[in-house]
Design a protein around this ligand. Structure first.
Ligand SMILES: Cc1cc2nc3c(=O)[nH]c(=O)nc-3n(C[C@H](O)[C@H](O)[C@H](O)COP(=O)(O)OP(=O)(O)OC[C@H]3O[C@@H](n4cnc5c(N)ncnc54)[C@H](O)[C@@H]3O)c2cc1C
Length: 356
């Protein structure tokens, strides 16, 4: 069996690793000439670490990344409630922590594992067309060549060419906020193992995610994460800033004949809860196992149900932390204090955050 994969983001690379380690012939096509240097997704959840264990990827991720023991909720600049992940009950996937690594490093580790397991990665190779019949799939590439395989995985992100080529709709809508990030150095920031989240008036939020060493990721649902931060961080250096908008969408189906969709090509949602990359990794692991074991038929329904459930949770979280009214913000802050005070609530909150 030869599986073609369009896109070498975390989803496509994971699918490649998981197929290659099971002995499947895999070729990944990536439009970009060189690896991305963008740190986009940071949070890696216990399920992803569990799934990536057998390929050796988890060990490499853990050797480089940061462990998060909890969330410190702030009211403006004032620490308000410490929500500890190790309260999670029951424990799943053998871990009670979140883990963080910039996405470009996660992708580099996945690409190294793909090569180690015998998969091929062709960079600078854009997929321009897809044709399929009962016997296989044929890709047209921008250099005029074609590639032939038994299956195609469309892991080519939100604007997926593969999804469009096979006529799968991507219904949904754009969310109103503009989000922004800033990756900075702040040697004086004291909370190196916690994510800090501040609820600000009028539904604005600001968060700080440690990236290891002096480096921090600031994120906000405003146009300028640096200007929005209420914590009084002393910024030594700004590495990178950016803005992005988010949409809430899901592909009508994740399979059309011999073509499968996974990751952002299949669903898109807000960064609340840091689910995007983890869902892509879960889709990729699921389809690789099913393809290798000959049970792909249930893939679309099973993943759509699971992803819908996780995205609904992320949406609830986004609505709660970005609620505009004073009363809603006061209720969230009071609820957070209640969670910290009552062990069963603490356990439930931590389990929801870690495991979805
Ligand atoms: C600022 C920011 C912060 C985020 N933080 C988090 C977080 O903390 N946790 C989390 O889980 N998620 C987070 N996300 C979301 C996460 O980055 C995405 O969900 C994730 O990158 C999706 O991975 P993917 O592989 O499905 O798609 P992508 O990463 O978009 O990869 C798609 C790849 O396909 C390639 N491609 C596209 N078209 C073609 C073509 N025609 N031919 C060949 N190649 C093609 C692209 O070049 C790209 O490399 C964040 C996103 C942003 C923007």
């Amino acid at each position: 069996m030869h599986v073609l994969i369009c896109g070498a983001g975390p989803t496509g690379l994971t699918a490649g690793v998981e197929l290659a380690r099971r002995g499947v012939d895999v070729t990944v096509f990536e439009a970009r000439d060189a690896p991305s240097s963008l740190s986009r997704a940071v949070g890696i959840n216990p399920e992803s670490l569990h799934r990536l264990g057998p390929s050796g990827v988890t060990e490499a991720l853990l050797a480089e990344g940061v462990t998060y023991t909890g969330l410190m909720l702030h009211r403006g600049s004032q620490p308000w409630a410490a929500l500890d992940f190790d309260a999670a009950r029951p424990e799943r996937f053998g871990r009670r922590h979140m883990f963080g690594l910039p996405q470009n490093r996660t992708e580099a580790i996945l690409a190294a594992a793909l090569a180690r397991h015998g998969g091929r990665l062709r960079r600078g190779c854009t997929v321009t067309g897809v044709a399929q019949d009962a016997d296989g799939v044929r890709l047209t590439l921008d250099d005029g060549h074609t590639a032939q395989g038994d299956w195609l995985v469309g892991a080519d992100g939100t604007h997926s060419r593969v999804r469009e080529a096979v006529g799968i709709g991507y219904p949904g809508h754009r969310l109103p906020d503009v989000w922004s990030i800033a990756d900075i150095d702040a040697p004086g920031w004291p909370h190196r193992d916690r994510v800090a989240l501040s609820l600000l008036p009028e539904g604005r939020l600001a968060a700080i995610v440690p990236l290891g060493g002096a480096r921090l990721r600031m994120i906000s649902n405003t146009e300028d994460a640096l200007a929005a931060e209420p914590f009084g961080v002393s910024v030594a250096h700004v590495h990178d800033t950016g803005q992005f908008r988010v949409a809430l969408r899901m592909a009508e189906r994740f399979r059309e004949g011999r073509v499968l969709l996974a990751g952002d090509a299949a669903h898109s949602h807000s960064p609340a809860g840091g689910r995007g990359m983890n869902l892509g990794i879960a889709d990729a692991c699921d389809l690789a196992e099913r393809l290798a074991e000959g049970g792909i038929d249930g893939y679309s329904d099973a993943r759509r149900a699971e992803d819908r459930h996780i995205i609904a949770g992320a949406e609830r979280m986004r609505r709660v932390v970005t609620a505009k009214s004073r009363a809603a913000r006061a209720a969230t802050l009071a609820g957070a204090r209640l969670i910290t005070a009552l062990p069963p609530f603490r356990a439930r909150f931590a389990a929801n955050f870690l495991y979805g």
